[in-house]
Design a protein around this ligand. Sequence first.
Ligand code: NI
Length: 182
Amino acid sequence: MTTFEIRQFGDPVLRQRAREVTELDGELARLAETMIATMHEAHGVGLAAPQIGVQKRLYTYDVEELAERGAAAAGPGVLVNPEIVDADGESVYEEGCLSVPGLHFDIVRPERVTVRGLDLDGHEVILSSDDFMARVMQHEIDHLDGILVLDRLDVDARRAALRELRTRDFDAAAPAGGAHRL
Ligand code: NI
């Protein structure tokens, strides 16, 4: 199957706020299908449309290790026009990003979130998650708002990361030190 090229840090498309999806049609379904294939090919657990250069508010996810534990909503799935409607707690988790290959960061975020969005048929989906699944949801919604993990770091950590990004020659296929890539 055809897959998309994943846009990398430095590409301005990653810095823009994506637009609401207004047409839930066959074209969107095909886009989502190709995004899932792209995500799987890159060994990622989440992929937002801006990461493949499409300025639409949707993302795909597939948290296989949760599926193995019997979680029904682990994916592969698609959320359209998602928004966080509830969040609480706080946790630190190591996140990698398919658009910032080779690096991973300890990121602080709410531990539990409830996300409301649409499926590809236009039905409302309300997804409450915690732990790693909640991470994936928050990381991908950040992408839809043009926010990268680097923006979630404190000043010193961000400066160090940017220095790395300037000086290292990144291989998009490089594993992110065992961290999940979203
Ligand atoms: Ni990412």
